[in-house]
Structure formats: structure tokens, C-alpha cells
Design a protein around this ligand. Structure first.
Ligand SMILES: O=C(O)CCC(=O)C(=O)O
Length: 307
């Protein structure tokens, strides 16, 4: 893991979720539009500038297994080793780094289809994170691939084309420690639990639920991960486009450690801002002190997994 064992102190910060629309099969125009929306988000649109801007899953290509090999980009990042963005083969990485630097914000760059630098047959669904200096500071490859089959509703099999990541990932800013997941990863409570035990104050998932599972589970899963772990949870979706093959749910959301929904978008292109208040984090943990009441003597296997 690329973080120090000691988490930074949680400070107030402002989060901006970009519920991006206009994702087409033209990468250039996708990148130009995303760049424009990052800039709009970073301006604070007449109010306070955000500290952290988030894009949705698969922001630079249409969402679908057949599109991943066509749109995949090679990143070639090794955690813990310096990465020279100017030499990156990925146009998306270059744009995101430049955007973070020019706008002076932390940036969770949604996700993109990534081609493995050493084995070109391997593809991942990958999220990259940038500091306000434009450095690529973390990379998360989706751990749990979206393979579902609800007859008559939705069948999706990411594993036909993608490989799964093998590591948990988080990053430290000057205001919080933030864990990373991508979309389907939210269904696995272990990931959020371990992130929280390792000092994350928030876990953020670039995502793209759909019109079947969105109404069923989008809010429920975020509130569940938040209340179980007493952390902030957020999922950032693309806007819904009924002319696309995949219909994203939208409803980008931020939930606090008491499971209160702090903000929720509609389904059109939109930017939502949320002020993260450390007092809510501390009062949730003080008032309902589950973080100190766990019975690891009864379930030692869990404590081992999270150590
Ligand atoms: O878990 C779900 O219902 C949706 C997941 C998804 O769309 C994804 O992982 O991309």
C-alpha cells in the first residue's frame, strides 16, 4: 500500500462529484468534455472551490465489454515508484494530471479501460488519482468484476474481457485518507471494512449502476457501507443516456457515517458539491462506539483479515 500507517487527521473538505454526460465513441471529445467539466467543478460554480473532484466509471469510452479492448490505454504505473506523466502512453492520464495541476485540486479520475503494460492481452477497469501537483498518486484496478445475470433484465459479464485487480488501494491527502473501489466493488463489505480499519475516513467508488440494480441497491449499498464502518461513502455515476447501449442510473451520491444521504444528483449531467464535516465522523463513532466494541475473540478470522 502506498500510504503511511498513520492516517492524516480528518479536516473539513469539499467534495465535487461530476455526473458526466456525453460519453461517446470519440475519445477525443470524451476527454475534452471531461476536461471542461473538471474545470467547471473546480471553479466551485460561484461558491467555494472543492478540494477533491471525482469522475464516474468508464468516463472516456462507452461502457460495455466489447468496447474495452478498443478504448484501452496503457498506463504502466507501479505503486510506490515514481511515474513520469509526461512520458505516459495514456492520453487520459495526461489529461487528468494536467487538469488536477491546472485546477489545483485532488482528482479521482473515474475509471478507464487499461491495457497491462507487460501483457497486452490483459485489460482492467482502472481508476487513477492525482494530487494538485498533477502527480499520479494511486491506481485501483476493479477487484470484483461485474458478472451478473438477472433474466429478462440485465446480463453483464466483465470477466469475459477484463482481469481483476489484486490489491486494495487508498491514498492520503492533507485532509483525509480515502479508500478506492469501482462500482461492483461496493457490494463486497470486506473491502470497505478493511479500508475503514486501515484508517480511511471515506471510500469513493467511481460507478455506473443501471436501471435494474440502481433503484434496488444504489442507495442501500452506500448507506450500508457507511453505517457499518462509520465512514463517508460516495458513488459517482455517469449521467443517463437512453441512446447509449448501457443506461446508467445516475443519482451520484454522498452518504455520511450515520448513513444520512448528504447529497444526491438526478440523472442528467450535473455537478454536486458536499462539505465533509469531521464532527459528524467523530460524533457517529463516539455516540455509537461499534469501532471499539467488536468481539474479535468471537470472530478472530475477521480481525486477522483486517489487521
Ligand atoms: O452492482 C451493480 O448492480 C452494478 C455494477 C456495475 O454496473 C459495475 O460494476 O459496473
Amino acid at each position: 500500500m502506498s500510504t503511511s500507517p498513520e492516517a492524516p487527521t480528518l479536516k473539513p473538505f469539499r467534495l465535487a462529484l461530476v455526473q458526466l454526460g456525453q460519453v461517446t465513441s470519440d475519445t477525443k471529445s470524451n476527454l475534452a468534455h471531461a476536461r471542461d467539466m473538471i474545470s467547471k467543478a473546480a471553479s466551485g460554480q460561484g461558491s467555494k472551490k472543492p478540494d477533491l473532484v471525482v469522475l464516474p466509471e468508464c468516463f472516456n469510452s462507452p461502457y460495455g465489454a466489447k468496447h474495452f479492448p478498443v478504448f484501452a490505454e496503457t498506463i504502466g504505473y507501479t505503486p510506490g515508484q515514481p511515474y513520469d506523466v509526461s512520458k505516459s502512453e495514456s492520453g487520459s492520464v495526461k489529461m487528468l494530471s494536467e487538469a488536477a495541476k491546472e485546477e489545483g485540486v485532488w482528482l479521482i479520475g473515474g475509471s478507464i479501460p487499461e491495457r497491462d503494460a507487460t501483457d497486452s492481452k490483459k485489460l482492467y477497469n482502472t481508476c487513477t488519482v492525482y494530487s494538485p501537483k498533477g502527480d499520479l498518486v494511486a491506481l485501483h484496478r476493479k477487484l470484483h468484476l461485474f458478472d451478473i445475470d438477472i433474466p429478462g433484465k440485465i446480463t453483464f459479464k466483465e470477466s469475459e474481457i477484463l482481469s481483476a485487480g489484486t490489491t486494495m488501494n487508498m491514498f492520503d491527502t492533507d485532509f483525509a485518507r480515502i479508500g478506492l473501489g469501482i462500482c461492483y466493488d461496493v457490494r463486497f463489505p470486506e473491502l470497505a471494512m478493511i479500508a475503514a480499519r486501515r484508517g480511511c475516513h471515506a471510500i469513493i467508488y467511481p460507478s455506473a449502476f443501471n436501471l435494474t440494480t440502481g433503484p434496488l441497491h444504489w442507495e442501500l449499498l452506500q448507506r450500508a457501507r457507511a453505517v457499518d464502518n462509520q465512514i463517508f461513502v460516495s458513488m459517482c455515476s455517469p449521467a443517463r443516456d437512453m441512446s447509449a447501449e448501457y443506461h446508467a442510473w445516475g443519482h451520484s451520491m454522498v452518504v455520511d457515517p450515520m448513513a444520512t444521504v448528504l447529497a444526491e444528483a438526478g440523472h442528467e449531467e450535473e455537478i454536486i458539491y458536499v462539505d465533509i464535516d469531521p464532527a459528524v465522523f467523530h460524533s457517529a463513532r463516539a455516540g455509537i462506539p461499534v469501532t471499539t466494541q467488536r468481539r474479535f475473540d468471537v470472530y478472530p478470522d475477521v480481525s486477522e483479515a483486517a489487521a
